[in-house]
Design a protein around this ligand. Structure first.
Ligand SMILES: [Zn+2]
Length: 147
């Protein structure tokens, strides 16, 4: 019998070997890069946004198993959602998918790098397309305070 921990561990290994939504989007509406020098994780996210909805999202880069698994899960959560819905995605949504709620502080950056890149990408997109600068500032703050 395998415990939940084993199942989550297998999911992480599986995602890291076969990442979902991995690759580039041609002519993305927004693209953003960030890295986690502590571990060497480095992620780019490309997004297509149509009618305020994320119609396509892909990521590429290098990362440890946790980083790749969380990036995969995050892109799965994000694809097809409206910008407002994507803005509400928080770290628990990503961590709980893989049973990582109690991850050590040192690995949290691996797990949340992609979410940080996503929020920053959205911020840069909205900065170009929105008039309400207060709204954009709030999003920037969210990205900065993620971990
Ligand atoms: Zn890492």
């Amino acid at each position: 019998m395998s415990s939940n921990a084993d199942i989550y561990h297998e999911m992480i290994i599986d995602y890291s070997r076969n990442p979902v939504n991995y690759g580039h989007i041609e002519n993305p509406d927004v693209t953003f890069h960030d890295s986690n020098p502590l571990c060497g994780d480095s992620i780019d996210i490309d997004m297509k946004i149509d009618d305020n909805t994320v119609s396509d999202i892909k990521f590429h880069g290098k990362g440890c198993a946790i980083c790749m698994a969380c990036s995969s899960v995050l892109t799965e959560i994000t694809k097809g959602k409206s910008i407002d819905e994507v803005r509400k995605i928080d770290k628990t949504d990503v961590l709980s998918e893989l049973g990582l709620e109690h991850l050590q502080a040192v690995r949290i950056k691996c797990a949340l790098l992609s979410l940080k890149v996503l929020k920053s990408a959205l911020y840069s997109y909205l900065g170009k397309h929105m008039q309400d600068s207060k709204d954009v500032d709030k999003l920037k703050e969210e990205a900065a305070n993620l971990y």
